[in-house]
Design a binder for this molecule. Structure first.
Ligand code: FE2
Length: 154
């Protein structure tokens, strides 16, 4: 143990975050499948995308809150200060991801922010890549901290 023992114990575990990541991945796969499907019927296609995005937004909001308020990443920062910058970056990325998602949902409107089907596909694909990279970075941070636990800190 280091000298810093003032951190509150996390209310969530790595396993719980990893389990939640599996749900996020399942949502990403649903989105990916939908944009990969050929369709001649744009109306229902857009409606379905709208539903998927709204479910995904709800899931992500809960997931981010879970990570931000669960204390695990805060504890990692204290225990492994070399990871602190990376934790700060992923937390700052949460609102950026939600903003990207909201812009995309706005793209489904028929108003001025509306997007064509090909742009929707492109933007959804960008969002999927962004979230995948984000989650991979989180997993990597948790694995790095785990490595410290196993190998001893010094
Ligand atoms: Fe995450």
């Amino acid at each position: 143990m280091g000298a810093n023992e003032q951190a509150d114990s996390p209310t969530i575990s790595r396993e719980e975050i990893l389990e939640d990541h599996r749900h996020v991945r399942a949502s990403l796969e649903d989105l990916e499948k939908h944009i990969g499907q050929e369709t001649a019927d744009e109306g229902p296609w857009r409606d379905h995308l709208k539903g998927l995005l709204s479910d995904f937004e709800e899931r992500l909001k809960k997931h981010f809150k879970f990570e931000e308020e669960g204390g695990l990443f805060e504890q990692l920062k204290e225990e492994a200060p070399r990871l602190a910058n990376r934790v700060d970056k992923i937390f700052a990325d949460h609102p950026a991801i939600l903003a990207q998602l909201q812009k995309l949902s706005g793209g489904l409107s028929t108003g001025p922010s509306g997007m064509s089907m090909s742009v929707l596909i492109e933007e959804t694909s960008k969002l999927i890549t962004h979230v995948r990279e984000h989650e991979a970075e989180e997993n990597d941070i948790m694995m790095g901290a785990l490595w410290d636990d196993v190998g001893g800190r010094g």
